[in-house]
Design a protein around this ligand. Sequence first.
Ligand code: CTP
Length: 455
Amino acid sequence: MSRMSSKEIFRSLSPDLVEIVQGLAEEANSRNLRLFLVGGAVRDLLLNRPIMDVDMVLEAPGAAREIVAEVARAACPQNVKIVVHGRFGTVSMESGNGKLDLALARSETYRSPGALPVVEAASLEEDLFRRDFGVNALALELFSSERRAQLEVTDPVGGLRDLDRKQLRILHSESFRDDPTRAFRAARLGPRLGFSLARGTRVALSESIAHGVFSSISGDRIRRELEKVFTDSALGLDPVKALKYLSDWGVLQALDSSLTFSSSARSPIRRLGRAVVNPPWRSSPYRPFVPGLAVWLVDLPSAVRQRVLQRLSVRGETAERIMGFARLRHRRLEGLSKARGRSAVDGVLAGIHEESLYALYAVASSAGRRQIVRWAAEDRVQRVPVTGADLVSLGLEGPALGRVLARIRAGFLDGELLNREEALTLAEELVRRASTRGKTRVRGAKKRSSKRDAE
Ligand code: CTP
């Protein structure tokens, strides 16, 4: 399909964006500039898939990059949040749930492999030629009114044919040399769309790897790409498929000769992907790539894990968490297998970081996963109706107070205690026993006041 109606396009956009896109088209046309929808949005429109990101391009050869912000400011109503990004003068516009990026049509020249490109304002065609794959090098021109009901897809590189053939094809043989992260993009996009690499593209990737292109890109850039492998689960990508492609294509080995993606990591990683889409418990915010890396690397020798983390510029606490997962897995899974009762599970899992908890969940047996989910969803958030102050008023202090509070919490989790009254009776009993044994520091065991008795 090489034409689309403007109605169809506007129907597919988030309603929050329609007004912005119409405003931009009015503004661009009034200045005799051309405005295009480009990249993934056009690809997804043509494939009848939901549009995730909206990218637009303003064609203004020879113009200064400031023109993008000028057009955006003139076109957008007050409530739209506008952010101008430094290097290329790209402008993000946000309203409600909709987000749109507008950039100047530009050409890019790569001075050395993996380096950031030199950028210049250019024609739309040149802008499309600098892109990663044919299916992402399509554009649709937008007009200020619906005077053109049918819009022609601009396709200078044969992207429509690639859509038909369900393939990802680079646009020139140096593409991976210019930007090696395109290999990661292919590994994510292919499985998401159900597309495979065109033969020539696969050959070009092997040749680029043989020429060592991956040694020239920074750890931060590779890590950001791997982060997306895990966060893209939300868009329906199975991270296992992307990692398997990266392994089959030799990209992982190009990062570190001992880096593999073993079959034992598949089910846990698939589970993590599903957890991104359907969280098994209400979670505090976490970075899915941390449990992802922990689970993926856990069975590799520790020296290899260390090297890989260094290569990906993963440092500090995050690196420690991933390195420490081998030991945590061993100890906590053993603890869970022996834990009888909910308080025992609480004792095993208390204090664990959310990212390690997800990693543990991913590698646990089905019984272990049930224990983890029940603890994370219910028990760890369980509040006991007794406070430290209540225990202080019974004469407890210091570590003894902590022990009694923990005993009360365990009683509630295991269903032995049902209310505050029972908890305070137990606390008194513990205070009495301890003071007769002379172990607990009690400032003169007190009887509960009649006021509390009445509560
Ligand atoms: N692009 C590229 N090379 C890159 C990154 C981006 O050519 N290394 C181009 C592609 O044309 C891509 C567009 O910029 O379509 C927008 O990039 P991005 O938003 O990352 O990807 P989308 O294709 O829009 O994918 P998604 O649906 O995941 O947003």
